[in-house]
Write a protein that binds this ligand. Structure first.
Ligand code: SER
Length: 335
């Protein structure tokens, strides 16, 4: 059996670092790409690291024979709101160029290339706080009116992925063997890792608060106590990407899937932090801009399609997240 070759862009980010470790267990040949050098923790898992601006590096990837691409590189929501043009360049142009490369290889070598793309709850835009409070768990096709540059970028790239996967070239499905760009996407909630820190996102208040409490550092939370969005443990996020990658194409009824684990408020995070670390000093000082972003995201998402089509279910509900994953790991890390 030939060894599968995988490309992971944004490999130094939080998802990237966790994913590369898991992919290496499967024996894949992993090529990583990132603006930054690879951290020591995953250096040994990468057969080659392409460092630099992805847009300038993509042309070199035309010579590689990738079976699977995880395109994780992105400018996250808070950062993207400050540098919109740069975000568009990274999030949209980078994705577009990579999709073109993957579609070209699929067409030229008559083989399917899987393209896994992390989208986000930022693709939703709830319009008003009343709408957010009354909408319940939203389905993929509802409220798709993003109110951030990052959300617009993600929603548009979902569409670009569908275009290159289904319509570009048009005739490849009739050819023998049938081949296509096999685009698959997950709209992630806020992710929390016990091992890495987020940066540039808006769901970052959750992990920042917990990591600060564990280190006995005071923390000023940039959203109101009642702010509620869905969150997920990083191991579940990695599990979902691998499950969707492995899912049989014929079982997939769509290209973009919600996934969900637990939805809690910033105040509930504070209560959990104080329970675990009684000296935690956490106050709320909402930042208007970042509060507006969180207010535009749904309180929860409906992941029934993922559950039905590829048997998705998270390992960590809120109690298991704290008791079995986050707190034991974080205590080890900061002890
Ligand atoms: N965690 C991301 C952010 O806050 C959302 O996908 O930008």
């Amino acid at each position: 059996m030939t060894i599968k070759q995988v490309l992971v862009t944004g490999a130094c980010g939080e998802i990237g670092q966790a994913l590369v470790g898991e992919l290496s267990k499967r024996g894949y040949k992993i090529v990583t790409a990132d603006f930054m050098p690879l951290p020591d923790s995953i250096k040994n898992f990468s057969t080659e690291h392409v460092q630099g601006d992805l847009l300038y590096k993509i042309k070199t990837f035309y010579d590689y024979d990738f079976d699977i691409i995880f395109h994780l590189a992105a400018s996250l929501s808070s950062k993207a709101e400050i540098a919109t043009e740069e975000a568009h360049r990274i999030n949209v142009e980078g994705t577009m160029q990579l999709l073109m490369m993957a579609a070209y290889r699929s067409e030229k070598y008559k083989k399917s290339v899987k393209f896994l793309f992390p989208s986000s709850i930022a693709a939703y835009g709830m319009g008003t706080i009343d709408a957010k409070n009354s909408a319940g768990a939203v389905k993929e096709e509802d409220w798709d009116n993003p109110q951030t540059m990052y959300g617009c970028n993600k929603l548009y790239c979902e569409k670009l992925g569908m275009y290159y996967g289904k319509f570009y070239g048009q005739k490849h499905l009739d050819e023998n063997p049938p081949h296509f760009l096999d685009f698959r996407s997950i709209r992630f909630p806020g992710l929390i890792s016990a091992f890495t820190m987020p940066s540039g996102g808006t769901s970052d208040y959750g992990p920042e608060m917990l990591h600060a409490a564990a280190q006995n550092k005071s923390y000023s939370c940039f959203v109101r106590p009642d702010s509620k969005i869905p969150f997920m443990a990083m191991p579940d996020a990695i599990k979902s990407l691998l499950m969707l990658m492995d899912a049989k194409k014929e079982n997939l009824t769509r290209t973009v899937y919600n996934i969900s684990a637990f939805a809690i408020t910033a105040e509930e995070f504070r209560q959990r932090a104080i329970k675990a670390f009684p000296n935690a000093d956490i106050k709320f000082e909402p930042n208007l801009r970042r509060q507006g972003i969180v207010d535009s995201w749904p309180q929860d998402v409906d992941d029934s399609r993922a559950r039905k089509d590829w048997n998705w279910s998270p390992d960590y509900d809120v109690d298991r997240f704290f008791d079995d994953y986050f707190l034991p790991e974080i205590r080890k890390r900061y002890s």
